[in-house]
Design a protein around this ligand. Structure first.
Ligand SMILES: [Cu+2]
Length: 145
């Protein structure tokens, strides 16, 4: 019981550091395919705040620009397009995954190498910035990009 209370206090006091209740610890970057100028980031973004949050972009020091993308079906084809913003409702979460929502890293200055870690800053429409350490992982299965 004492342990549980300690843990609870630890969580409560750790919370504000995470930035307005956004938790994105599971974000990861896909290992670069040789010759690919762009990269992608995936993972779950949780919104523990009482406000809907809109992810508009992100920053990483090894890419010129990071956009929020979604995949859409069009005439039997899958293609991706930029989103103005990805809404994560209060108390909810959104999963970024291959073939769905993702962070698009444009103009990589170096390849993403499996095992490396990079700091990503998520930018929200209300000005909130959330920094997360992301690990580069290899492709698990083939998908388009
Ligand atoms: Cu994309």
């Amino acid at each position: 019981m004492r342990y549980c209370l300690s843990l609870l206090f630890a969580l409560v006091f750790a919370f504000p550091v995470l930035g307005q209740g956004i938790v994105a610890d599971s974000l990861w970057l896909r290992e670069s395919i040789p010759g690919q100028p762009n990269g992608a980031g995936f993972g779950t973004i949780e919104n523990h705040s009482s406000n809907d949050m809109v992810l508009v972009s992100a920053q990483i020091d090894i890419a010129g620009e990071v956009q929020v993308h979604e995949h859409v079906h069009e005439n039997g084809q899958m293609r991706m397009q930029r989103m103005e913003g990805l809404t994560i409702n209060a108390g909810s979460s959104v999963m970024l995954r291959p073939g769905g929502y993702h962070l698009m890293l444009l103009g990589l200055q170096q390849p993403l190498v499996s095992g490396d870690t990079h700091r990503v800053t998520l930018l929200f429409s209300d000005g909130t910035q959330v920094e997360v350490e992301t690990e580069v992982k290899p492709l698990v299965r083939q998908h388009q990009h």
